[in-house]
Design a protein around this ligand. Structure first.
Ligand code: HEC
Length: 114
């Protein structure tokens, strides 16, 4: 009997983890992926998973304005993310591109609410 219960939970766990992995493949617009790769954001950030830095979905929950995110890209405030290493200022990102990334990050919060 005990063994059967263990198998049941094992199967349920496998199912949950496989759903999780499927969810991790969020469709990211091509222009956004291109910018994230160009400015190496993708080395440290995933849309919906913690990597070196926080998931963009978690950043979106902070309800920053687009302008505030641009500011944070140029001048990170590590105290906002206890338990993470500090992000290096990314001043090489042109403002218009930083704004595109900021708008995308904020769009994730609206999607999460649906
Ligand atoms: C070398 C790793 C690294 C790279 C590259 C990187 N980040 Fe980060 N990012 C982090 C870490 C770690 C944090 C959390 C600590 C912090 O904010 O300093 C963070 C935090 C953030 C935050 C949240 C700021 C806050 O205060 O809430 C945003 C937005 C962000 N990153 C966007 C970007 C964007 C956009 C890029 C590319 C232009 C980028 N990051 C590149 C590691 C990185």
């Amino acid at each position: 009997m005990k063994k059967k219960i263990g198998m049941f939970f094992g199967a349920a766990f496998a199912l949950v983890t496989s759903i999780d992995t499927a969810n991790a493949q969020v469709k990211v617009p091509e222009n956004i992926t291109a910018l994230m790769n160009k400015y190496t954001c993708s080395a440290c950030h995933r849309v919906d998973a913690r990597l070196v830095g926080p998931a963009y979905t978690d950043v979106s929950k902070k309800k920053y304005t687009d302008a505030k995110i641009v500011e944070l890209i140029y001048k990170p405030v590590p105290e906002n993310w206890p338990g993470y290493p500090p992000m290096a200022p990314m001043t090489q990102v042109p403002k218009e591109d930083a704004l595109v990334l900021a708008k995308y990050i904020n769009s994730l919060d609206a999607k999460a609410k649906k």
